[in-house]
Design a protein around this ligand. Sequence first.
Ligand code: ADE
Length: 251
Amino acid sequence: MNYHVLTLFPEMIEQGLNTSIIGRAMEAGLISLQTLNIREYTDNKHGRVDDYPYGGGAGMVMQAQPVYAACQAVRKSIKSEPRVIYMSPQGQVFTQKMAEELARENDLVFLCGHYEGIDERVLEEVVTDYVSIGDYVLTGGELPAMVMIDAISRFLPGVLNNEESAACESFQDNLLEHPHYSRPAVWHEKEVPSVLLSGHHANIEKWRREQSIRRTLERRPDLLKQAAEEQLLSKADLEYLEQLKKSASFL
Ligand code: ADE
């Protein structure tokens, strides 16, 4: 996967992604990251990239010309037409499913706006996808682009090692993960659930699945509803869920 990020703050992207799992994947050549500084593409002799909004109002607007030139430079370097994703709170809300789908592309271009946004006319010409990372407003598209790159990269072969990949399975069924415990077996007088110390693999798996269902029901019932609708729950899952809903312990 080749990521291309168009931004006024390339160092933010580079520094944010060069550590941990994503940094390791870049070193291993599984992903590449190219940042383009939009300022370097301006025709303006003072290096200007923004101007006042027509019609008045607060803030500045990023001008069409440098954004278009930076975008054309990236497109020219790629054989096929890439998807160009504009990070915006007005976009479709990013999900795990979208991350999985985008992971199938060879190249992805992220366009990060700043200030009040980017001149609409260039967006109309270059953007293929408008994506938001949630219903709140950030100061720019850089953090959202990093969030997306992180989530997409986890789906690329080899990025996660076996252990990390097994750990990501549980969200795939739209369920939240079960709780985790490590040594010591007793901490602040709290004991680790005994099944986890039993060594009985099947019982441990059953307990974890039930904990996932319980936790999702408590914290994200919307996800559980979706999992049921998409038929991701087994007969045993549904039976446990029924039992849970009836029991007084679940409130
Ligand atoms: N730019 C500013 N806020 C944003 C958000 N929530 N998602 C994506 N891009 C943004």
